[in-house]
Ligand binder design. Structure first.
Ligand SMILES: [Zn+2]
Ligand SMILES: [Zn+2]
Ligand SMILES: [Zn+2]
Ligand SMILES: [Zn+2]
Ligand SMILES: [Zn+2]
Length: 624
């Protein structure tokens, strides 16, 4: 990433660190604060990004879904500009290509404990020391003592303020220490840490004037912060804008986990059913599009010299050139019907359950169902190659976006969504991961019959009521995903745990996708998959667990493990209504998965739906 650190955004760019493309989507996207060793910067809005190095990623279903959220002006999805660092070439192209960032928060504190000066970065008190050898060691210094590189470092002030509408601002230091009273311009501040615990109660803001006493940051934290902080100024530092806002701000520690939540859409790349050469060309479009501008004879000469040719050769040059013309002439997202854009799961379900196929990004084969599970398991699919593309379409602060929204298109109103750019964006950043997986399809008749079981209906009522109560407490309105979802989701979690035990790698490396839908086009299935960011490699070995020889006993062991939890009887007797949580018998000891694994933040889980637990209540899918 490169930074224009002195406020002027087009000023000479300075490289301050490196972030990988997937980080730019999942951890440090637009509007997020990246904590560098001595500097804290915010990733700027899309208006500031340079597009030359941002390759277009052709993924029509995802583009259509993004359009359904942000509007038809979105033209494409792009990889963030990125060139890996070359340690042997300090001034190479990589050092100038990057994602733009600006210093945030804008207040710094001198780390010399005799000084502790607190002032804006652009107050003239601090100087920036770039480091071309180690860009992420770039730092501000205060000239209060020593000289040159020995001057003490000035670090970002540790607190900012934020509101639920997605605004974030510098903490109002002057206002806070003066208790909201007006003050002149000649006051200077210190941020002093007394003691060594680093607790807010031991951090004091002091003013040079005699009018006010030092004030502890503890007074700005938690419920009290609403009383001591001014109204929100509607600031979006990533855009450099202010807008009207009626929300109350809260104090937030720099680097707090609720400081930034990605709003994403994710799809699996599916081959074009009609013609494999079209999907191959679409896959390599960023490299092939220059050929689309050439006369056919020239293109025919150039094509075999391209890096992607080995992947295309089997189709023959003429077939590929025809497909290039088709792709050029066809409107990318136009190929996807509007209705499909709202249904990300549907086409994926058809691809996983349909005929086996093998493509560079999507390879599915059939595996016999283990004989002991034929009563409920209809299909086992080994997914040897899988590519997931995710697009960032906004972000929120303080509150996470609704669970499951990443796999659902459509113009859902998301009131807390902060924009990626100052006007409607013509593109959004995306990232891709490749992996492998196992797909299991439940028997629809069995699932439908189970849903009608009076014990299940009763349990569904309890869980749904708990869900509604939970929503009411948070003043949100999220859809109840249905009892079928909770069944499949819980099953996915017990299997993820079993798989992780079996193949030795962390459960956090396995992701899930739940396909649960009742009604006319029902779905009941799960996909467990590995997805390794920024690499072709996978953790390996997951598909082998789906073989007929191994899967049966793994499922048996997973279900056996689901009967008991280390926290029983508490866990099994857990009353969803009393706790207002979105799950029944579920806890860290038995069902919860890593944040990166679960598509619903560990909500909508209940062992009781699978097997008979300590509670002894009937209704388990695998015991009825
Ligand atoms: Zn100082
Ligand atoms: Zn003062
Ligand atoms: Zn606000
Ligand atoms: Zn438990
Ligand atoms: Zn989950």
């Amino acid at each position: 990433m490169t930074s224009a650190v002195h406020g002027s955004r087009s000023a000479s760019d300075l490289r301050v660190g490196e972030l990988r493309p997937s980080q730019l989507l999942h951890t440090y996207g637009v509007g997020a604060v990246a904590d560098l060793p001595n500097l804290s910067v915010m990733v700027l809005g899309l208006d500031e990004w340079e597009l030359e190095q941002a390759a277009i990623v052709p993924e029509e279903r995802l583009l259509a879904a993004v359009r359904s959220k942000l509007g038809p002006q979105v033209q494409n999805l792009r990889m963030p500009p990125y060139t890996p660092e070359d340690p042997n070439d300090f001034t190479g192209a990589w050092s100038r290509i990057g994602v733009p960032v600006a210093v945030f928060p804008g207040w710094l504190r001198c780390t010399d404990n005799r000084c502790n000066r607190l002032a804006p970065a652009d107050s003239g008190l601090f100087h920036l020391l770039p480091n071309s050898v180690a860009p992420d060691q770039t730092r501000y210094v205060h000239s209060c003592r020593d000289s040159g590189r020995r001057r003490p470092t000035a670090v970002p002030a540790r607190f900012v303020s934020a509101c639920p509408a997605g605004h974030v601002d510098d903490f109002p230091w002057m206002y806070f220490v003066h208790r909201g009273a007006p003050h002149g311009a000649d006051h200077t501040l210190k941020l002093v840490e007394r003691g060594t615990t680093g607790e807010a109660a031991n951090i004091f803001v002091e003013c040079s004037c005699d009018d006010v006493k030092a004030r502890s940051m503890a007074e700005a934290i938690g419920l009290r912060s609403e009383m001591v902080l001014p109204a929100c100024r509607g600031r979006h530092p990533h855009l450099g804008t202010f807008e009207l806002c009626t929300e109350q701000t809260k104090t937030m520690a720099l680097g707090a986990t609720n400081g930034w939540f990605a709003m994403q859409l994710r799809v699996f790349s599916l081959p074009h059913a009609e013609n494999p050469v079209d999907s191959a060309v679409a896959e390599h479009w960023s490299g092939l599009q220059v050929l689309a501008q050439l006369p056919r004879e020239s293109a025919r000469l150039v094509l075999p010299t391209q890096v992607m040719w080995p992947q295309l050769e089997r189709f023959g040059a003429d077939e590929v050139l025809d497909a290039i013309v088709r792709h050029r002439d066809g409107d990318q997202a136009g190929a996807v019907e509007e209705e499909d854009a709202l249904d990300i799961a549907g086409p994926e379900w058809l691809a996983f359950t349909g005929p086996p196929q093998s493509h560079p990004d999507f390879s599915v084969s059939s595996e016999p169902v283990p004989s002991s599970h034929r009563g409920w398991l209809d299909q086992v699919r080994l997914v040897k190659r899988l590519r997931e593309v995710s697009a960032l379409y906004g972000f929120s602060r303080l509150d996470a976006p609704e669970w499951g929204s990443a796999t659902r298109g459509g113009p859902v109103v998301e009131e807390n969504r902060a924009p990626l750019s100052s006007s409607a964006p013509s593109w959004v950043p995306c990232a891709e991961t490749r992996g492998e997986g196992i797909f299991l399809r439940f028997n629809e008749q069995r699932v439908a019959a189970w849903e009608q079981d009076p014990d299940v209906v009763r349990r569904a009522g309890t869980l749904k009521a708990a869900h509604q109560k939970w929503c009411a407490q948070r003043r949100t309105s999220a859809d109840w995903p249905g009892i079928r979802y909770v069944l499949l989701h819980t099953f996915a979690h017990v299997l993820i745990r079993e798989f992780a035990l079996e193949c030795g790698y962390g459960a956090s490396g396995i992701g899930e996708r739940i396909y649960a839908r009742s009604g006319d086009d029902p779905m009941a299935g799960i996909l467990l998959y590995t997805a390794a960011p920024d690499s072709e490699g996978t953790l390996g070995g997951l598909v082998t667990l789906g073989s007929q020889r191994r899967l049966g006993s793994l499922i048996d062991q997973a279900l056996e493990a689901a009967r008991l939890c280390g926290s029983d009887p508490l866990c099994a007797d857990h009353n969803p209504l009393a706790h207002g949580r979105l799950h029944g018998a579920a806890c860290h000891a038995c069902l919860f998965a890593a944040e990166t694994s679960c598509e619903r933040g560990n909500h909508f889980l209940d062992r009781e739906l699978l097997v008979e637990t300590f509670s002894g209540r009937p209704g388990g899918f695998f015991t009825t």
